[in-house]
Design a protein around this ligand. Structure first.
Ligand code: M6R
Length: 612
């Protein structure tokens, strides 16, 4: 949440900052600001609202030649989204500015202390205390002052600091919030996430907790915050390119990412499977057969959409590897009594690899002795660095706040993980594994072929149903998590109240909601619970609910009892979650569009939830 960008080098700074902020806008978009030194003062321009408001406010500064500066796009935690609360924040002199992502937990006591000492605050944010605290310790060296100030700060931060009197240096610092440094010839960048750096460099350093960096145009010094001792730099090369973080002609990132799913799925299994031998390779998880044999229980740990992926993964792992699985919401897991020990395998699942609750859960599980294998999309993210092994999903950057391709590539990783565990434990033969891999390999082409038709059907449905205020999504077995996911997609981008339910639970309460104003999206593959699902649809019909089915093509019986139907190909039961997900994403997308919602940047949300 919140996006930071900083630049020092030879380019004009404002286009670099604005470009970086655009690429990070998914992290927060209620206000934005930039600061740079010019004519013996710090220029600080901020604006409430989306980035275009800041761009308008910067119209008069197009000629600025300065080559150092900081920018920020905000997701409000302390203080409303106003211009006054937008970053960068300044000290009393206005000569020192700070951008921050995170939460300063002891900001109130620090603020009171600083106020008593005469500091004057002009915002309601927690961030502003950092600017004043650095000012308090500032003599003639910014780096020393930042390190002294951060010794006093409790909470999470990724920081960028700029001081008028040392205009050839930017300070970056990190504790619990992500910050990545980009290195190129005669220039350095800092950013909350990789997409902001991609147009300029693929050489990066991920700052670790407790580290700070002094960025100069032609050099970078990495130090520990506490004693400012120099640290070795570990430079990594990112494989993504800049075009992957652009819309490529699509109206929204979400739509582009929906259409990228065939590639995301394929890229996630590519190189990991040998279908003709019925074999899966997973060297990256660093677990041998004996270690796998000792696993008594698996905890899948995640939030939001990633949690839904975990719910599907549970079915596969229990069915094939015969290991009991618990799927935990990280925000609940971290505060309950846990029975975990070193017989447990914990699998945090996260697109961003920075979700605060998932990370906290990982740390607790590790502390209790569990081995950690994460499933993650972002290379070098905190969750991957703290895991014993990582299965990377190769979905490419996901920018739309609503997670789409990350979900289906997480499903792919979980499908492979389940089969791999079964393989290593001898629970499935290589012939059986080979068949399941063949099934998985049909998914990209099926999705690719059907996407245009699903999209057309979603448009028609959106046209008819966009004004309804409640939706119910029903599924059984493997489709239950997909019903949850469909409902989440709809509510987060169209602001329609939607609930996902296990269809069999209907009669235990939710059926009371059904009337002619309640569209019910029923997921109805021809699997072993098909008949049960049909009965649930009948129950909806007899209460005059509107039935929108997703079912197998040629299913005339289903067609007869549905008001609307989107058809999918008949595939093996275990493959259905991949296929059934996509029409639901498209329905949510088209309904949000029809309601005039901001699809990529829905209200109150941010892509990467790095605060509790
Ligand atoms: O980056 P993560 O996968 O850890 O994020 C978890 C959730 O915040 C995320 O899936 C969220 O629910 C999405 N906005 C859903 O579309």
């Amino acid at each position: 949440m919140c996006g930071i960008v900083g630049y020092i080098g030879y380019r004009r700074v404002l286009p670099v900052l604005l470009d970086g902020l655009k690429r990070l806008e998914y992290r927060g978009y209620d206000s934005a600001g930039v600061a740079w030194p010019e004519k013996q003062k710090i220029m600080r321009i901020r604006a409430k609202g989306k980035l275009n408001m800041l761009e308008e406010a910067l119209e008069d500064f197009r000629g600025t030649k300065t080559t150092i500066g900081l920018g920020h796009t905000r997701w409000a935690t302390h203080g409303e989204p106003t211009e006054g609360n937008a970053h960068p924040h300044a000290d009393c002199t206005g000569e020192l500015v700070v951008v921050h992502n995170g939460i300063i937990e002891n900001y109130y006591s620090l603020r009171e202390e600083l106020k008593k000492e005469g500091h004057v605050f002009s915002s309601e944010t927690d961030t502003e205390v950092i600017a004043h605290l650095i000012e308090k310790y500032l003599e003639d060296d910014l780096e020393i002052a930042v390190s002294k100030a951060l010794e006093r700060v409790e909470g999470a931060y990724a920081l960028g600091v700029l001081w008028l009197k040392q205009p050839d240096i930017l300070i970056a610092a990190r504790k619990q919030s992500p910050l990545v440094i980009g290195l190129a010839e005669r220039e350095c960048f800092m950013a909350s996430d990789i997409p902001a750096l991609l147009p300029y460099t693929n050489k990066v350093i991920f700052l670790e907790d407790g580290q700070m960096a002094a960025l100069k145009g032609d050099s970078l010094e990495l130090k520990s915050i506490s004693d400012r001792k120099p640290l070795n730099k570990s430079i990594q090369e990112i494989k993504w390119d800049a075009s992957m973080a652009e819309k490529a002609g699509f109206k929204h990132f979400m739509l582009k990412e929906i259409y990228e799913q065939p590639d995301a799925i394929l890229n996630t299994y590519r190189g990991r499977i040998i279908p003709e031998k019925g074999q899966i390779k997973f060297d990256e998880i660093n677990l041998d057969k004996d270690a796998i044999g000792r696993i008594k229980r698996i905890v899948l740990l995640a939030c939001g959409t990633s949690w839904h992926a975990g719910l599907v993964g549970k079915y596969w792992i229990e069915k094939w590897a015969k290991i009991p699985v618990e799927v935990e919401l990280a925000s609940e897991f971290r505060y309950k009594e846990l029975l975990i020990d070193n017989d447990y395998l914990t699998v945090p699942i996260s697109q961003s690899g920075e979700t605060a609750d998932t990370l906290a859960g990982l740390r607790i599980a590790k502390e209790l002795g569990s081995y950690i294998i994460s499933i993650c999309n972002v290379l070098g993210s905190t969750i991957t660095r703290e895991s014993d092994g990582t299965v990377y999903t190769h979905a490419g950057p996901e920018i739309g706040v609503a997670s789409t391709k990350a979900f289906t590539s997480q499903l792919t990783a979980l499908y492979l993980l389940a089969l791999y565990l079964a393989q290593e434990l001898g629970k499935l033969s290589s012939r059986e594994i080979g068949e399941k891999l063949e099934g998985l390999m049909t998914v990209p082409s099926i999705i690719k072929e059907r996407l245009p038709a699903w999209h057309e059907s979603a448009k028609v449905l959106a046209d008819k149903y966009y004004s309804y205020s409640d939706f119910l999504y029903l599924g059984r077995n493997l489709q239950f998590p997909i019903a949850l996911e469909g409902a989440l997609k709809l509510k987060e981008i169209s602001y329609i109240h939607a609930e996902g339910y296990a269809a069999g639970e209907m009669k235990h309460g939710p059926i009371a909601l059904i009337d002619r104003n309640m569209p019910v999206v029923a997921l109805c593959p021809q699997d072993h619970v098909y008949e049960k699902m049909v009965s649930n649809i009948e129950e909806v019909r007899s209460r005059r609910g509107i039935v929108i089915s997703v079912g197998v093509e040629g299913d005339e019986g289903l067609e007869r009892i549905s008001n609307e139907i989107i058809t999918v190909s008949k595939v093996a039961d275990d493959i259905n979650p991949f296929i059934f997900t996509i029409p639901l994403q498209l329905i949510a997308y088209e309904i949000a569009l029809a309601r005039g919602c901001d699809v990529d940047q829905p209200r109150n949300l941010a892509k990467s939830v790095t605060v509790e």
